[in-house]
Design a protein around this ligand. Sequence first.
Ligand SMILES: CC(C)(COP(=O)(O)OP(=O)(O)OC[C@H]1O[C@@H](n2cnc3c(N)ncnc32)[C@H](O)[C@@H]1OP(=O)(O)O)[C@@H](O)C(=O)NCCC(=O)NCCS
Ligand SMILES: CC(=O)OP(=O)(O)O
Length: 331
Amino acid sequence: MGLIKSIKEKAKSQLRTIVLPETEDERVLKAAEKVLEEQTAKVVLIGNEDTIKADASSCTANIEGATIIDPKTFADLDKYVDELVELRKKKGMTPEEAREILTTEPRFFGCMMVRLGDADGLVAGSSAPTADVLKAAIQVVKTAPGINTVSSCFVMETVDGNFGENGLILFADCAVIPEPNAEQLADIACATAATAKNVVGIDPKVAMLSFSTKGSAKHPLVDKVQYAVDLMADRNVDFPFDGELQADAAIVESIGAKKAPGSDVAGHANVLVFPDLQSGNIGYKLVQRFSGAAAHGPIIQGLAKPVNDLSRGCSVDDIANLVAITATQVK
Ligand SMILES: CC(C)(COP(=O)(O)OP(=O)(O)OC[C@H]1O[C@@H](n2cnc3c(N)ncnc32)[C@H](O)[C@@H]1OP(=O)(O)O)[C@@H](O)C(=O)NCCC(=O)NCCS
Ligand SMILES: CC(=O)OP(=O)(O)O
């Protein structure tokens, strides 16, 4: 069974409640229809009921069965306001500011639903830059206990099946931390290994990428990746990892054997940790567009509850697929 098919089967058996706050986007309304039709989740749409219904009708999206919540008339708004003030009191947020944010920024309202258990997860980002989704998630949902770093990965479903795990390969971090330090690179590697296991169902083999393989180039940027590898060794992680490796050494067996002989990851990696956000974000988009790979994500890692982002270039299917992925992340 393909990845998305098996994730949808799992989601169907759990039927979680997922919030879609960006209801001004017709792709979201069409995705809501698809999710309801496939019964992979219950759907909550945020916004004015008349407007959402009129928009759905004009794009012929059947959203019957979705729950529509208008923050402006929401019965528990005062409770949400109190919670946001409490969360942001160190930053000096007033009740008036909290009310304004919750009634005008649906991503914040949706994240508060998730925080307070009125929904299980949230998917947004089709009509806002990633930073807007991340800010709502980090400020409201917060990191999971014991976790310092929020990061992201894409599950790339490549076409020819030769790379990674029968064509499945995770790329990280492609959406969150612009210039990770070595500690954060190690955190990204550990979080992505967990996503590989828990969401994709594969045993992770993690390559810490660079423009150098095993000291073939000398530069402070190479030193940073080597230090991240040392930190992972200190953490005694329970998955194979290696670095620093160039991308070809990580994913092509013959090149891995030549550039990093003896490595149990080189040539077989199914998790690629990029050294920074520039390489990660550019890398995933090039693979997606040049090769026709499906890019599922960005799946956000390290939050207390599942909130996932979309690229603004996403399709209706991308949104519906990410809703199913989000549903299966609920603990
Ligand atoms: C993620 C991002 C939005 C955070 O920005 P920020 O200005 O630090 O966000 P906020 O001010 O809302 O931060 C809220 C809190 O979360 C913390 N935080 C920020 N990034 C974090 C991370 N990756 N992990 C854990 N905590 C984080 C902040 O330190 C802050 O803590 P505080 O409230 O105790 O001071 C920012 O790093 C960003 O824009 N990243 C790039 C996103 C992007 O453009 N991606 C490319 C396209 S996909
Ligand atoms: C993940 C990402 O790159 O998002 P966007 O394309 O919306 O910037």
